[in-house]
Write a protein that binds this ligand. Sequence first.
Ligand SMILES: [Zn+2]
Length: 257
Amino acid sequence: MSAPYIPTSGLISKLKRRLTRLQARKSMDCAQGRFLVSFSFDDFPKSAAQTGAEILQSFGWRGTYYTSAAFENTSNHLGDLFSAADVSTLIANGHEIGCHTENHIDCALNPPVIIEREIRRNQNRLRALGAPIPTSFAFPYGETSAAAKTLLGQHYTTLRGVRPGINRRFADAHQLSAVAIEGTLADKDTPLAYADDLGASPGWLIFYTHDVRDTPGEWGCTPELFKAVCTAVDEAGFEVLPVGKAMASLSVMEKAA
Ligand SMILES: [Zn+2]
């Protein structure tokens, strides 16, 4: 098993990331009097499709699964990844299948022509698995560029990053903030602090994680932690929708306003 790819973290890439957040934006008001939460899973591991979905469904909720088709029937640091049957079951149960490029590429380093081919091929493979055309996209590693935001914004209604935060009045639909659920129950303070923050004023809080299992990898969580976050969201009475449905309902409100 090869080591997971980690994007560069030098000063230049940090400055580029900061600049990219200001470029190719699609301004959007996510604070329209509602307290919205979405749960999403990236890549995605079988444990997210099974344990993760079971937990969400026990609360009556559905999630968004950002899928890289090349991961089908493979294993990596996240454990076993999804199968065709996992995709079918998720769709049958009302979950959303989003796009995450075919080969989980770094969108900051690849030219538009490659990204375009990646999403077309991912879409074709997802369609063969019975998935509707995705409207939601998440950048692998959270990495993007102005060119990638512009291109992908023509294909998807939302593009999600990994910069933590709550999407509020001046959100960027081309690079939505998202909060990681990572680790064990001992790591609950960060995600729960964001849930508390949402309670203070309207907005859209998007959580993401990877594997959901007793011994999660670095970017996954235990079922106990995932349940603890769900319980806090449930007790707060927030509205929980998959990313695509949350975006659609916010867009309708924005147009009507
Ligand atoms: Zn990913």
